[in-house]
Ligand binder design. Sequence first.
Ligand code: GLN
Length: 429
Amino acid sequence: MSQSLKRLKVKLRIAVVQLNPRIGHVDQTLARINSIVSRIERYRPDIVVFPEFALSGYSFHSRSHIEPYLSQPTNGPAWDICQRISKRLSCITVMGYPEIVRESSQKAYNSAIVVNANGELVFNYRKAFLYYTEEEWGCSENPAGFQTFDLPFYQKACDSDGRLYDVSLKSAIGICMDLSPYKFQAPFYDFEFSSFHSEHSTELILFPMAWLHSISATRESKNPEQQKKEIAQSQQSLGFQSHGSQGEYQLDILLNDGTCIKESPSAVTCDLPDVQVKSAFSHPAEPDLTNVDYWILRFMPLLAYRQRKNWFSGGLLATVLKKFQEIRTTYMGASLEKPWSFEHKNTVAVMCNRCGVEDGTTVYAGSSSVFKFNGKYGNFEEELDSSNRSVEVLGSLGKGYEGVLLRDVEIEVLREVDDKAIAIVPERT
Ligand code: GLN
């Protein structure tokens, strides 16, 4: 049997479901999920991603508050719905949920399951970097830190002659705060998560999130009461639901076969009291571009950057890397061998956020997006945001509505292929 190294294109259809769950309303959220899934079923997505704590809601304040929602990976409502969706759509389903280990430790985690088309558990990931509300209910950090796993796809990799192969993608889950500096205390430029995945050449990153909009009142807020009032006012003027979506969803579907569907819940006119809140929070059907740019910036090691090649002459990089005690081989994307270690690689990142408001203080940013980091333009780019040509923003949902973003993505991979195992089947149109 002969083997050869081939460049293959892995073509995947990805559905990103943005939700607005409310604590105590699991059944209502499940009903809306069913309604969203029935709208995308005919497009046969390969992967369906849901947000962090997609069914339970996010802001828990004590262990007894979260206790009724804790479950094991293969037990509980997240497992049930993921299995059902995976089998019905013949797809991979990813969903965030609050996990309990029912052994002596009784440890709780912020986790996400990955379920395959047979309804089997492929991976259970636990969040490594925690947000401060998680401390309130005694969440533990992932002892394994950031991780990768192989995610198999059948007949999804295509060579230049149009032959199709089975392929496994080196994949990862990140959960919300995993993208931020550890406890917001680590240096911003350490880029822990994206450096790890650039060094491990991760090809597909799936990101369930409950990412806060900047108008949220948090621990750091100077005048939380005033902010709460402004949030309530803007919610009212926009007719915004603090949870749910009144049965109306935002659909944003753009596929290679020419399918293009863009629907938003009926536009709301807004007359917001405060200029700052108005600009930040109005236009709920549009993404928060500041937020999208921030996520892109946190993937800095995967972005082309002209200055990179000048930085580390004279041994400075070696000194910086020593600080990481040999666990890191790159800093801000630069390695000792190559100015940009991600050059010629590519990675798709699926950012699946929630929307809505919890506790009258926590406003989620929505803006769920699909990014492709293409590993090109290393010597040219200067801006570390969506204008950088090395990141393709394939689509984003609005900040305020439940709905679904559906995109076809292509990931180029190099694989040893075995001529005898070649199976030729017609491509899906
Ligand atoms: N960095 C995130 C934020 O500011 C953390 C939230 C989370 O982990 N859910 O929104």
